[in-house]
Design a protein around this ligand. Structure first.
Ligand SMILES: Cc1cc2nc3c(=O)[nH]c(=O)nc-3n(C[C@H](O)[C@H](O)[C@H](O)COP(=O)(O)OP(=O)(O)OC[C@H]3O[C@@H](n4cnc5c(N)ncnc54)[C@H](O)[C@@H]3O)c2cc1C
Length: 301
């Protein structure tokens, strides 16, 4: 005799836990079919935060691997979203046209996150946090790659300075891509950048020597792009630069911190810098590092 057909919409925690209980109580009761909108087997959604934090992998949080469905004779449709239930014909239909008839139907589709309609809600990078796809998107967004600019990339530094400081930056050669190229090519300047996974510039930190081969460098032209501020990107970029300089045999680097630029000053101290004294009036008050937001505040003095 044919078994009654049980269709489950939603391959998540509640739906599959129900099936586990059912299989324990009456393993041969139903012919089971599961539809899951996500392209993955059932996983522990509660443990998405440790995955985001890098403490666990997706594999670690899978509750029922594909073999479990197979061993229990469950027909599994992954990546198929049910868009219609025809109750008269007792059939469910997925967006891609897949159909399955049912005698019993379990709808276990969880909840639907939404984003508050506040200003900025539609900006790139504003996402919900509900599934492994969202988690992976956040992991990808947080990925930072560090590298040095090639001499042909002088315009990257020029554009970064322009974006952060407008025309107010007092070291004028950084506005001339050709001059930047020459200094990079002659190894009198080293331009370290932090970039997102898709190559977007997050931070720049430069290191200059008077003559190629000098082993003490001046570090400056710190630019953290407005969208990347508040995430310790400057500290990470400078740490990369310092590690590289150490490996290259540099004896040290110095920079002039100013009281009105406390973030990089604090970061330098955290990185092990020693304060050696006062430097008055090095950077004119006309230098503003908030050019991109047109803000008048945050002036360096
Ligand atoms: C980051 C995070 C942390 C959490 N931490 C906790 C915690 O500490 N404690 C706690 O109690 N709870 C926690 N929760 C909540 C908990 O995960 C949910 O309450 C639980 O997953 C709900 O189970 P569910 O089966 O109803 O829904 P889900 O687990 O969301 O499963 C529903 C599934 O149905 C699928 N689906 C939806 N519509 C369709 C469709 N039309 N066709 C096919 N498939 C569809 C979805 O893709 C999803 O895979 C957390 C949730 C998140 C996101």
């Amino acid at each position: 005799m044919n078994k009654p057909r049980l269709v489950v919409i939603g391959n998540g925690m509640a739906g599959i836990r129900t099936i586990e209980e059912l299989l324990a109580l009456a393993p041969d009761q139903y012919e089971i079919t599961v539809f899951g909108a996500e392209p993955h087997p059932n996983y522990n959604r509660i443990l998405l935060s440790p995955v985001l934090a890098g403490e666990q992998t997706f594999k670690d949080i899978v509750l029922n691997p594909l073999e479990w469905y197979e061993q229990n004779g469950i027909t599994l449709h992954l990546g198929k979203t049910i868009s219609r239930i025809d109750r008269k014909r007792r059939i469910v239909m997925a967006e891609d046209g897949t159909e399955a008839p049912y005698d019993r139907l379990l709808i276990a589709t969880g909840s639907q996150p939404f984003i508050l309609p506040v200003p900025g809600a539609k900006l790139k990078g504003v996402i919900t946090y509900r599934d492994i796809g969202d988690t992976q998107a956040m992991i990808d967004a947080a990925e930072v790659n560090f590298r040095f600019l090639d001499p042909s990339e002088g315009t990257v530094l020029t554009a970064a300075i322009e974006a952060a400081y407008g025309q107010s930056y007092d070291v004028r050669w950084v506005y001339d891509p050709e001059e930047v190229r020459t200094r990079l090519a002659e190894r009198r300047y080293f331009a370290c950048v932090a970039e997102s996974a898709d190559g977007e510039l997050l931070c720049h930190e430069g290191m200059a020597v008077i003559e190629a081969g000098d082993k003490v460098a001046h570090s400056g032209q710190a630019v953290t792009m407005p969208g990347a501020r508040g995430q310790h990107i400057f500290t990470r970029t400078k740490r990369f630069l310092m590690d590289w300089a150490r490996a290259e045999g540099f004896a040290g680097m110095f920079s002039e911190a100013t009281a009105a630029h406390p973030y990089s000053q604090r970061a330098n101290l955290e990185l092990g810098a020693h304060e050696t004294g006062f430097l008055l009036g090095w950077i004119p008050a006309s230098v503003a590092n908030d050019a991109a937001s047109q803000a008048a505040g945050r002036r360096r003095q």
